[in-house]
Write a protein that binds this ligand. Sequence first.
Ligand SMILES: [Zn+2]
Length: 202
Amino acid sequence: MLNGYRFEMIIGCMSAGKSSELIRRIERARLAYLPTIICRPATDTRSKPNHVESRNGLASQAIVVESARDMLRYSSQSVVIGIDECQFFDDDVIDVVQALLKQKKKVIASGLDLDYRGKPFGPVPYLLALADRVDKLLAVCRKCGSDFACRTQRVVQSSEQILVGDSQYEARCIHCFEPPFEYQLKLELPEQASIPATALLV
Ligand SMILES: [Zn+2]
């Protein structure tokens, strides 16, 4: 039986290192001889079959599942279950994760928290509310180079929520992020008082 955190989430924008962090945590469990699996949805066609791959070249064996419920068929022999690209599952994943936790398994899920519009992605907000530990990873902004990229900018025209592929996206900070017009903030903001530099140090 495991102690400690039961449900961990690793979230953030693209290129933040989510998959490599998931692989690191799963490999760590494997070094302790805990039976593990990683599942990823069939929607994500970038990795080679039966693998999860990170952009920095890490790879681990993974089971490609058509639906969240399929994970229950493969998880019975495992103690630690990794879920990559959890934003691509439908809402069933919320019940599936809770069923795994009831079976005293540890679940580590990674995925995008926001879609290209800057809106919460699929079941991720629900999963975040259930998680015992959340790590939000940031990337480097492709436009200004700041260390605080937290949005995934789509750089091609399409209104599909899911458009799989790395070349259509880049990581951006909130100042450089340009969502489609209909998703831009419409609030009239009052004139900003200048913020003393010391306030930014808090
Ligand atoms: Zn930027």
